[in-house]
Design a protein. Structure first.
Length: 68
């Protein structure tokens, strides 16, 4: 995830799903996401996202469901 107007964060090396443990990568990304979200004010939560028709809060709600 990156903020508009800033360069995207380089992606980690591709994981081989047959042998790689994805949880350390997942944990790092959760930490980064939480850090970013803690800094949002109400306007930030209501701001549009890169997903047309979705606000930031909608994307976060989607990410936090058990269907992901």
């Amino acid at each position: 995830m990156h903020r508009r107007g800033s360069p995207p964060t380089p992606s980690p090396k591709a994981l081989d799903p047959r042998s790689a443990n994805p949880f350390p990568v997942y944990d790092r990304e959760i930490t980064r996401l939480r850090s970013h979200l803690r800094g949002l004010d109400q306007g930030g939560w209501l701001a549009g996202s890169h997903c047309r028709g979705w606000r930031v809060r909608d994307v976060v709600a989607h990410l936090s469901t058990d269907e992901v």
